[in-house]
Design a protein around this ligand. Structure first.
Ligand SMILES: [Zn+2]
Length: 284
């Protein structure tokens, strides 16, 4: 898919701090309007609609929203999300404000769709990956579309050690309970961007490698993409991660192993993925 194929579609990336509304122009340039996420949901929807109309005054083909979950993408309904000011709200009424169909999906899936289509996974058929942030999101993109399974695939909550640290989800020893920014803060007393002890990063990389190897053997994707704030630590994380991943994963010949790739779109993955979602829609 080329960026020019996405003209006329709007993507919205909602975060706890800010909301980005974006589209691609005729030359394939990404145009984004950002504003602080509104504490009132109705005002938030009005601001999204205003930004969308400003970007595409002649009309919007479709609009898609990526938001922190839990949510029901089929009903476009957001449950009680800890990272957002509103709870139990529906995005369906946004359709009246923007005059087109509105789609919803969770932020990890949407960022993954962006990376799979126009970022690190471009040209590959089957991508899986993890978003490394406050929590550990997971995504799978097959043939250019988000794969959900029944409810949603939650490989950030695969259990690496049933006697491990408690996870926010209620389980023990989840991947998220070892490698999320929250887990790192809890265990090492500093957030990931202040953690400079290579031994600590080896421990984190070891657990993350376990998670990636499990993902590789369960679904054997064409690539595993890592995205999210922790990527800024670069080789501090990636050097031990590559080593452990390669040491642990033996079932495939080395040259046929799913490669582990850093994301390419940075913090634009969410808004780009939402534009792509508006164009391709859901497969189920
Ligand atoms: Zn968990």
């Amino acid at each position: 898919m080329r960026r020019q194929d996405l003209v006329g579609y709007i993507g919205v990336d909602i975060g706890g701090q800010s909301t980005r509304v974006g589209t691609f122009d005729e030359r394939g340039k990404l145009k984004v309007i950002s504003f602080a996420t509104e504490p009132d949901f109705k005002t938030e929807c009005e601001k999204i609609a205003g930004a969308a109309r400003q970007l595409l005054p002649k009309g919007i083909k479709k609009l898609a929203v990526g938001s922190p979950g839990p949510l029901d993408w089929r009903k476009r309904y957001l449950y009680d999300t800890p990272n957002l000011p509103w709870q139990n709200v529906s995005f369906a009424p946004l359709e009246k404000l923007v005059g087109c169909e509105v789609l919803l999906d969770n932020d990890a899936n949407v960022a993954g769709l962006g990376e799979a289509t126009l970022g690190a996974g471009k040209g590959k058929k089957f991508i899986t990956g993890f978003t490394l942030g406050t929590g550990i999101g997971h995504f799978q993109v097959k043939d250019g579309r988000i794969y959900h399974g029944g409810l949603d695939v939650e490989a950030g909550h695969q259990i690496l050690d049933p006697n491990g640290p408690e996870c926010g989800c209620g389980q023990k020893g989840c991947l998220e309970a070892f490698v999320s920014a929250t887990a790192i803060q809890k265990r090492y007393g500093v957030p990931p961007h202040q953690l400079n002890d290579p031994k600590a990063w080896e421990e984190i990389a070891y657990r993350l490698a376990q998670g990636l190897v499990n993902a590789a053997v369960f679904v054997c994707p064409d690539a595993i993409i890592l995205t999210g704030g922790m990527l800024f630590r670069g080789e501090m994380l990636f050097a031990p991660l590559r080593k452990f991943y390669s040491e642990m994963l033996k079932i495939y010949p080395e040259r046929l192993r799913p490669p582990v790739l850093p994301a390419k779109l940075g913090d634009k993955a969410g808004v780009v993925g939402a534009i792509v979602l508006a164009k391709v829609g859901h497969s189920e």
